[in-house]
Design a protein around this ligand. Structure first.
Ligand code: EPU
Length: 318
């Protein structure tokens, strides 16, 4: 526990119904597992968010941001401190280029799928790689979300961010380091694993395209995805990163004969081996145990270490 009675009073006073104490994170993640957040705050607007971050800094409270919860696994012991949800604030999306320029700005809480649709409708080409990827723009930037067709790093021009001390700044693409499913802040900006700057918005640079062609392409991509991925059951997308070369994580897990293997409520999908699905009442412990089993089996057979792509946070149960 890290919130004192005085901290809780402050949260209630300044954020009222936007705060929930001991809120199960299973309600806020696609996996539908995870223990409680000590306090979960959903600020209504940007001002509220800034006030919250500054207040946490002054009081020395740990905090972390969750986006859509689509790539997040929270352990069963839950999360100490303040969890900040951005889905109510930061929902704007607009064209920002002049004339023919294909530029747009999307705030962090916008769903990535809304950004895809908005760009296609406005005849801007380049976002379709992200069709079907769940989650929010902020999360997608931090994870450098992508598929074989492209990734966020290909289209991002700059990001607006709120620093842990409450100051705003804008960082150019050149100042950021992107790699496979990874973005790194410039040195000195990040305080810790969780109290990093908050992505407030992304500015994107796209190319001219035909809205009808873009919509058709998006539909085809969506169809392919739904044929090869178990989108009908709670999951966090691909669970492991693909190794840098050679076989994909899905192929390795499949060849290890693990499709359909389950522990408790967690199951290796029969449709795509790199998906762990919650087939009912899984706990985070079930998923982590299955993750360890997969890693062990793949290592024993192929001497390859699979690294989770899913972000794992929170603490174990006592
Ligand atoms: N494969 C198997 N068995 C399986 C699954 C896949 O043999 O159970 C084989 C497929 O037949 C194919 C190869 O593995 O030859 C690659 O499979 P797939 O085309 O599904 O791509 P992937 O590498 O597994 C990546 C991304 C996905 C993204 C797809 C499509 C990673 C870790 N995964 O998957 O992203 O949707 O390409 O572009 O980069 C995600 O990030 O959450 C995610 C699902």
């Amino acid at each position: 526990m890290s919130l004192s009675a005085a901290d809780k009073r402050w949260l209630v006073q300044d954020f009222g119904p936007q705060v929930r104490f001991e809120e199960p994170m299973s309600r806020h993640t696609y996996m539908r597992v995870g223990g409680p957040a000590e306090a979960l705050v959903t600020p209504l607007d940007r001002k509220g968010l800034e006030h919250l971050v500054r207040g946490c800094a002054v009081r020395g409270l740990p905090w972390m941001v969750v986006g859509g919860g689509s790539n997040l696994l929270v352990r069963d012991g839950g999360i100490c401190g303040v969890v900040i949800k951005l889905n109510r604030c930061l929902r704007g999306i607009r064209k920002t280029g002049s004339g023919e320029e294909c530029r747009l700005t999307a705030q962090a809480g916008v769903k990535l799928q809304s950004l895809c649709r908005f760009s296609a409708r406005n005849g801007m080409k380049g976002m379709n790689f992200a069709v079907g990827i769940p989650g929010t723009v902020g999360g997608a930037i931090i994870m450098n979300a992508g598929t074989r067709l492209g990734c966020m790093a290909d289209v991002i021009e700059s990001i607006g961010c709120l620093l842990p001390d409450g100051q705003m700044t804008r960082l150019d693409r050149k100042e950021l380091f992107f790699d496979y499913r990874l973005m790194r802040w410039p040195e000195g900006l990040s305080v810790g694993e969780t109290e990093s700057p908050i992505v407030m918005d992304g500015r994107f640079r796209l190319m001219p395209g035909n809205p009808k062609d873009l919509a058709d392409e998006a539909e085809a991509i969506r169809k392919t995805r739904s044929e090869s991925q178990p989108l009908d059951r709670p999951n966090a997308g691909c669970f492991f990163k693909n190794p840098v070369k050679g076989r994909t994580a899905g192929e390795l897990i499949d060849q290890a004969g693990l499709k359909g293997r389950g522990i408790g409520g967690a199951l290796v999908s029969n449709r795509h081996a790199n998906f762990i699905v919650n087939r009912g009442k899984a706990s985070a412990g079930d998923i982590l145990a299955l993750m360890a089993l997969i890693q062990r089996s793949v290592f024993d057979l192929f001497q390859i270490d699979l690294e989770p792509e899913v972000k794992i946070v929170g603490h174990e149960t006592d």
